[in-house]
Design a protein around this ligand. Structure first.
Ligand code: NAP
Length: 253
């Protein structure tokens, strides 16, 4: 039996456990199980590995995406640049390697979206766009690194001037130059579905693309406001599924 699981604290609502348990049943993967490992203190991580010799892979969530890094044998290059790990591969000799699957999930979902919207020309169209990333937290860092690696010029928009542009600096000229807008803040996530980033929506138009990393609800207020201006919109569900599948690929590679 190969064991997989999620570390974080607290772990009340886990997408991953449901996703992988259903996947193992649906795809008749009989030799795998997925469990939650609530870890309040990351110093307990080596003990967890020692006590679970069948462990072959972990997902990592808040608050351990950064502080697990010193405990890993190696961290893959993109995850090192992002400074956060959300997938760990555990080799049979106990060696550990850290990855960031949000990076891959975001890149793949973005390219798929543009291909769906514009066919084969979608990729080229996307690579010419400039992007604004709302928020400067962990997800924002993965998005930024993914965009950098696609050659897409981007800027962070933050409440703090020290982190990038501030929301009140976004004028008509900036909005026209940056058609791709990515919400990397938690604003709008259930149960606070009425919240949305303080963005100048009235300056958006049909040339804009509003991508929300929030995956619940299916259509956030951020997306509704973009759609009302004629912008194309996408929510975070495709990314969520792609990053989970990337974990599986990493654990089985
Ligand atoms: N779809 C997926 O697969 C996927 C993957 C990862 C994350 N996510 C989602 O992405 C969102 C962000 O995740 P995260 O871990 O980066 O979250 P986070 O660290 O809690 O927050 C990200 C940033 O959002 C901004 N922010 C927070 N509260 C705000 C407020 N009240 N008003 C304005 N800005 C605010 C802050 O940036 P400033 O201080 O710079 O303003 C903060 O650094 C979450 O909803 C998460 O569920 C989705």
């Amino acid at each position: 039996m190969r064991l997989f699981g999620l570390i974080g604290y607290p772990l009340s609502h886990s997408f991953s456990k449901k996703y992988f348990t259903e996947k193992f049943t649906k795809e008749r993967i009989a030799d795998a199980a997925y469990e939650l490992f609530e870890l309040q203190d990351i110093n307990a991580f080596p003990q967890l590995l020692a006590s679970q010799p069948q462990l072959r892979g972990l997902n990592v969530t808040i608050p351990h995406k950064v502080n697990v890094i010193p405990f890993l044998g190696r961290v893959e290059e993109a995850a090192t640049r992002i400074g956060a790990v959300n997938v760990i591969k555990v080799l049979s000799n106990g060696q550990t390697i850290g990855y960031n699957s949000d990076y891959f999930g975001f890149q793949d979902s973005l390219i798929n979206w543009f291909t769906q919207l514009h066919g084969e020309a979608g990729r080229e169209k996307l690579f010419k766009l400039k992007a604004l990333i709302l928020g400067s937290g962990g997800a924002s860092k993965a998005v930024r690194t993914a965009l950098d690696d696609l050659g897409i010029v981007n800027h962070i928009v933050s409440r703090e001037a020290a982190n990038g542009l501030t929301y009140d600096q976004l004028d008509a000229s900036t909005m026209a130059q940056y058609p791709l807008v990515i919400n990397s803040t938690p604003l709008g996530m259930s149960p606070h579905t009425e919240a949305f980033p303080p963005f100048p929506y009235h300056l958006a138009g049909p040339n804009h693309y509003f991508y929300d990393l929030v995956y619940n609800p299916v259509e956030t207020v951020f997306m509704q406001k973009g759609r009302a201006q004629g912008a194309a919109t996408l929510n975070g569900l495709p990314m969520l599924h792609l990053q989970a599948e990337k974990s599986w690929e990493i654990w089985n590679s």
